[in-house]
Design a protein around this ligand. Structure first.
Ligand SMILES: Cc1cc2nc3c(=O)[nH]c(=O)nc-3n(C[C@H](O)[C@H](O)[C@H](O)COP(=O)(O)OP(=O)(O)OC[C@H]3O[C@@H](n4cnc5c(N)ncnc54)[C@H](O)[C@@H]3O)c2cc1C
Ligand code: FES
Length: 280
């Protein structure tokens, strides 16, 4: 059996600065050994440990979709030791990826349903993975309407701006992009907080499942909006970002009650979270 602590060696293939404050960058990695790409078979919603020798590891959601071949991508916010070191690395440098880790969005349950995606700020990463996955021609017929509400503080803080603009033009996905505020006279999308735009744009919970990822304050105010619309707690899906170390259910760093967020999560239904101690 493969040692679960051993990362796959990868090369940084492409770095994209996503936001105007330059604190969010997307790193595209290519596996040094092509057969490792197959071993790193993942499902949207999962995460991996990005491993920098001599510096440490950070758990980061997988932002690429398994339908995108030849690379795996992560969008990283520069907050502390390891993420700042990564932000200073260059294309061509070699590091490691350990995973894929954790569970994923409930794809079996989502088939045949309207899928409502509600995202805020840089927590949009695994939601991007999910959108690309669902829009793949092989997968698109499996889902009914795909409706996305995505917001950031201002236009310059939105991730994946080219892709958002391209999705806006399609008729097989309904986009509701919003910002908290802007002084850009050319801004053509919504202005308002994510929960308020969700309340305005989502009109039915019928045959629908909602995936919500964002800062705690956004989740706190979006939850009652969805419940008022009639979403039962088992059809509201959230992804948690606890502090982690091993990522594989061994060190006991990330538990909430008897649940390990790294192994039993990071994806939980609201119904399941309501049964857990309120530590998240
Ligand atoms: C499942 C999962 C998915 C994640 N996905 C992403 C992602 O897609 N993109 C991304 O940028 N980040 C993501 N994170 C958060 C990321 O792991 C942390 O920001 C990172 O570990 C910080 O490491 P550091 O060494 O740079 O900072 P440190 O030097 O360790 O800490 C710097 C500051 O960040 C805080 N911090 C560190 N880790 C976390 C955390 N998990 N939650 C909240 N605050 C934290 C510390 O308390 C401290 O204030 C995810 C976390 C988890 C558990
Ligand atoms: S991070 Fe070690 S048990 Fe979850």
């Amino acid at each position: 059996m493969r040692n679960p602590y051993l990362p796959y060696p990868v090369r940084i293939d492409k770095i994209t600065t996503e936001t105007v404050d330059r604190n969010l960058k997307t790193f595209r990695f290519v596996f040094l050994n092509p057969e490792d790409e197959e071993k790193f078979a993942y499902t949207p919603g999962q995460f991996a440990e990005l491993s920098i020798p001599g510096k440490g590891e950070i758990p980061i959601g997988i932002a690429s979709s398994p339908t995108e071949k030849g690379f795996v991508a992560f969008t990283v916010n520069k907050v502390g030791l390891v993420s700042s070191y990564l932000h200073n690395m260059q294309e061509g440098e070699v590091m490691g990826i350990r995973g894929p880790l954790g569970n994923w969005y409930p794809w079996d349950e989502m088939e045949g349903q309207n899928v409502i995606i509600v995202g805020g700020g840089f927590a949009f990463t695994t939601l991007r993975s999910s959108i690309i996955y669902m829009l793949d021609p092989q997968n698109r017929p499996k889902f009914k309407d795909i409706i996305v509400v995505y917001g950031a503080r201002n236009p310059g803080m939105l991730l994946y701006r080219d892709e958002l603009a391209a999705w806006e033009q399609r008729d097989d996905i309904h986009m509701h992009i919003t910002v908290d505020g802007t002084d850009d006279p050319d801004w053509k999308y919504n202005v308002g907080f994510v929960p308020a735009i969700t309340e305005k744009k989502i009109t039915s919970a019928e045959d629908a499942i909602a995936i919500v990822c964002g800062p705690p304050i956004m989740i706190k105010f979006t939850q009652p909006v969805l419940e008022k619309l009639g979403f039962p707690p088992e059809k509201i899906i959230l992804s948690l970002e606890m502090r982690m170390k091993c990522g594989i259910g061994i060190c006991g760093r990330c538990n909430i009650g008897d649940q390990y967020v790294c192994k039993d999560g990071p994806v939980f239904s609201l119904a399941k979270l309501k049964k857990m101690p309120p530590e998240y």
